[in-house]
Design a protein around this ligand. Structure first.
Ligand SMILES: Cc1ncc(COP(=O)(O)O)c(C=O)c1O
Length: 253
C-alpha cells in the first residue's frame, strides 16, 4: 500500500474537511489516520466531521487510527475521543500516551485500544520488536493514570493560560497570523511572505535566538508555516514572542 496525504485547508484553520478526506477514500483504503488535537496545528476536529469520516471508513471496511495523544490537552472543545463520538467504535483504533498529559515523554509508555482481533495481531509484532515497555514505566503509568490528578490539572490550567497568551501576542504582531489552537501546545504560525520555512527558521534562530519548527517538516502542505511550541514558561514565551516579533518586523518590506 501507499500513504495518501490529504492536507486540510489553512483558510478554515486546518479543521477536518470530511468531504475532502472522504473523496480520497475507496475500496482499497486500509486505514485513515486522524490526529486530534493536532500536531502541528493545535486544531481539534469537529465531532460531526469525525462521525462522517468514521461512517465512510466503516463503509470501506477501513479502520480509523485515532492519534489522540494530546486528548488530555483539549481546551474549548469536546474532549471525548473518536471511539466515544462514533457509532462504530469497532472501526476505531485509538493511540494514547503518557508523554503529553503527564509529561512522561522519556518513559516511552503509550497504548493502542481497539478491536481485539486487531490488537492480537499488533501484539505479535510488538512482542517481537520491542518485547514490552519496562515494568518501571508501566508502574509509573498506572500511578499517573490512577493517582491524584491535581498535578495534571495545574499543568492543564498553565497550558490554557499560555495558549491564551500566545494567541493574544500573535494578534498583536503585524505580518503574523495563526488559527487559534483548541488543543495540544502548538500554534501554527503563518508569517506573511515566507515561502521557505526552513530558511526562515534558521534566520530566526541565527539572528534572533528563537527556535520554531519549520512547517515543511510536517509535509509539503506545511511549507511557509512555522510551529511554535508553548510547552515553555510564560516568561520564556514572552521573550520568545518578542524575538519572533523583531524577526518578522526586520524581514517585512
Ligand atoms: C500527534 C503525536 N502522536 C504521537 C506522538 C508520539 O508520542 P510518544 O512520546 O508517546 O511516542 C507525538 C509526539 O510528539 C505526537 O505529536
Amino acid at each position: 500500500g501507499h500513504p495518501v496525504e490529504v492536507p486540510m485547508p489553512a483558510e478554515t484553520g486546518y479543521g477536518l474537511d470530511a468531504n475532502r478526506l472522504i473523496a480520497e477514500m475507496g475500496a482499497d483504503t486500509a486505514a485513515v489516520v486522524l490526529t486530534t488535537p493536532s500536531n502541528p496545528t493545535g486544531q481539534v476536529f469537529d465531532p460531526e466531521a469525525i462521525r462522517a469520516v468514521v461512517e465512510a471508513a466503516a463503509d470501506c471496511g477501513a479502520y480509523v487510527i485515532a492519534d489522540e495523544v494530546y486528548a488530555g490537552l483539549t481546551y474549548d472543545r469536546d474532549p471525548r475521543g473518536i471511539a466515544a463520538l462514533t457509532g462504530h467504535p469497532e472501526h476505531v483504533l485509538t493511540v494514547g500516551s503518557c508523554s503529553k498529559t503527564y509529561a512522561m515523554t522519556g518513559w516511552r509508555l503509550g497504548w493502542l485500544a481497539g478491536d481485539r482481533t486487531v490488537i492480537d495481531e499488533v501484539v505479535k509484532i510488538h512482542e517481537s520488536t520491542t518485547a514490552c515497555a519496562s515494568s518501571v514505566a508501566q508502574n509509573a503509568a498506572i500511578a499517573a493514570l490512577t493517582g491524584p490528578q491535581e498535578p495534571f490539572e495545574e499543568m492543564y490550567d498553565a497550558f490554557e493560560e499560555r495558549r491564551d497568551y500566545v494567541v493574544e501576542r500573535i494578534a498583536g504582531i503585524d505580518g503574523l497570523t495563526a488559527p487559534r489552537p483548541d488543543g495540544a501546545f502548538y500554534a501554527f504560525l503563518d508569517p506573511e511572505g515566507v515561502t521557505d520555512s526552513l530558511a526562515f527558521a534558521k534566520y530566526l534562530l541565527g539572528e534572533h535566538g528563537v527556535v520554531l519548527a519549520p512547517g515543511s517538516g510536517f509535509g509539503d502542505a506545511g511549507e511557509g508555516n512555522l510551529r511554535l511550541s508553548f510547552a515553555a514558561s510564560l516568561d520564556e514565551l514572552e521573550e520568545g514572542l518578542d524575538r519572533i516579533a523583531a524577526g518578522v518586523a526586520a524581514r517585512s518590506p
